[in-house]
Design a protein around this ligand. Structure first.
Ligand code: TNX
Length: 511
């Protein structure tokens, strides 16, 4: 008998020899109430059965503190009972997610196969990033993305909250950011409700996102991108920003995608990057940085504040280094851990604890590896987001019309899957890797349906890189195994309302 399909692949899974456990409306769920609520919701979505009050066979969900590594769990299922044990609440939650994937049809009924699973994450940080600046995405869409991510054992949601096209988070200390710089997005401001009208999160909205994420064992990592990607700041506080610089890159982008050149004081709705900068040698800039991150620190229970640092193409290298040193120190002094895109590794005086986010290719090009290695040399770690593997905004080969192609052309599901984290940045092994994150930039992504299409199934490949054993150490950690296992999730994903891309690389199960 073939093994039940679990994604991301668990540390170990053994099929039992006996009959499966039958799910019925008489099935009793005992133990931890949060986990029972989560399981009942999945079972109901998948089978239409409501578990709860019967006197039949028992599914037991319990936390056995310290029974394993953080976030780990164990499942023992046979005909008589199912027991899920988490080493902590997150582990139990992940055990429940796995149970959801194990539910299978059996004639007219539903079963959980007899199985023993032991499972723990490879990396502590497992992230999804959503760009809500290029196109704004509602709280409902973000909540849905949290649910989808948590089902694949992601534990961090990085929100790219600001960019040239808009500022999306309300701050009391700097109210004009959202009053004057949130109304538009890529493509203008005309199609309200499709992302194009712009928008922002109130502080209450942000709190709701943070709390919802926490209920799914996810932290929120807010990013305020600086010192580039700051045209929107200049709409609110013109004294803080330099005049836009128009580069050859920008002319190319306008040729390829249309749009206008950026102008001081006018919202920017194109797709070019690298034309804006904060003023580096003006103390008012650092008052601004301190206000923004001070307020965000108070609103964000997670340990990380991301200050961007990518593509600051109109800031000189020396000025960039000055800015990175000061911004990272401001965040560290707030008691938070700064995170920055890997370019910031070029700044010699960056705060030592800063985590670097590598967004180069699987084979690093032009100094990207050196900048990334600098974070590890400082004693910190990297988050890996190799663009030609897990940039979820890249086109699929079989779906032209959605997404970009700059990262080595379209990205197949196989390419999203077939890489080993410890082989990306030379000399950086698991000890230098905090985790893996799959970014979804949204220049071309407007709706919740677009998000589903681009993220699924490729986010599952990123989840496996983040959670599962290293390639070469498990027979499950192969493309041949993954494509079968992810294909088996089709019916579960459909029941969850996920409008995944039915990629022709995957043998999708229909029931
Ligand atoms: C590069 S990746 C960017 C973003 C774009 C993205 C589009 C990175 C740190 N910066 O500004 O949205 O490409 O794929």
């Amino acid at each position: 008998m073939s093994l039940p399909a679990v994604v991301p692949a668990p540390t170990s899974i053994e099929a039992g020899s006996g009959a499966p456990f039958r799910l019925a409306s008489t099935t009793v769920v005992k133990g931890d109430t949060d986990a029972a609520t989560a399981l009942s919701a999945i079972v109901e979505a998948r089978t239409r059965l409501s578990l709860a009050t019967g006197d039949g066979a028992v599914i037991e969900l319990r936390v056995d503190a310290g029974s394993g590594a953080p976030e780990s769990y164990r499942i023992a299922a046979d005909e008589a009972s199912v027991v899920v044990t988490g080493a902590d609440a997150a582990g139990l939650f992940y055990g429940v997610q796995t149970l959801g994937q194990l539910i299978a049809r059996d004639g007219d009924g539903w079963v959980l196969p007899a199985v023993t699973i032991e499972d723990a994450p490879r990396f502590a940080y497992r992230g999804l990033m959503l760009d809500v600046a290029r196109h704004f995405h509602s709280v409902d869409t973000v909540r849905a993305y949290i649910d989808r991510g948590a089902s694949l054992k992601f534990n961090a949601l990085h929100l790219h909250l600001t960019d040239d096209q808009g500022w999306r988070i309300q701050l009391d200390s700097r109210p004009e950011l959202t009053e004057k710089a949130s109304g538009t997005s890529v493509g203008g401001g005309s199609v309200v409700g499709q992302g194009r009208g712009g928008g922002f999160y109130t502080k209450a909205d942000y709190r709701e996102i943070v709390e919802y994420a926490a209920s799914r064992h996810m932290i929120v990592v807010p990013e305020i991108d600086m010192p580039g990607h700051t045209h929107a700041v200049g709409l609110a506080y013109p004294e803080l920003t330099e005049a836009p610089t128009v580069s050859e890159h920008m002319r190319e982008t306008i040729r390829d995608y249309g749009g206008e050149e950026p102008r001081t004081g006018t919202p920017y709705d194109g797709m070019a990057v690298g034309f804006s900068s904060l003023k580096i040698h003006d103390e008012a800039t650092y008052d601004f940085v301190a206000d923004v991150f001070g307020e965000l620190a108070a609103m964000t229970p997670g340990p990380y504040l991301h200050f961007g640092g990518d593509e600051s193409l109109s800031t000189t290298d020396d000025d960039f280094a000055v800015f990175v040193a000061r911004a990272s120190a401001i965040i560290a002094d707030l008691g938070k851990t700064p995170v920055a895109w890997h370019e910031a590794g070029a700044a010699p005086d960056i705060a030592d604890i800063t985590i670097g986010q590598y967004w180069g290719f699987l084979t690093p090009q032009e100094g990207a590896a050196e900048k990334a290695i600098a974070f590890v040399d400082n004693g910190a770690q990297l988050i890996l987001s190799p663009a030609d593997a897990i940039y979820l905004d890249m086109q699929y080969p079989d779906l032209p019309g959605h997404g970009l192609t700059w990262a080595n052309g379209p990205t197949s599901v196989e390419r999203a899957y077939s890489w080993e984290p410890s082989d990306v940045v030379p000399g950086v092994d698991d000890s230098g890797i905090l985790g893996i994150e799959a970014p979804l930039w949204t220049e071309t992504i407007r709706t919740a349906a677009d998000i589903d299409t681009m993220a699924f199934p490729r986010a599952a490949a990123a989840a496996e890189a983040a959670w599962s054993p290293a390639t070469g150490t498990s027979e499950l950690r192969t493309w041949a195994s993954f494509r079968e296992r992810v294909g088996a999730l089709g019916p579960l994903w459909t029941s969850m309302g996920i409008g995944f891309h039915p990629s022709d690389e995957i043998p999708w199960a229909t029931e």
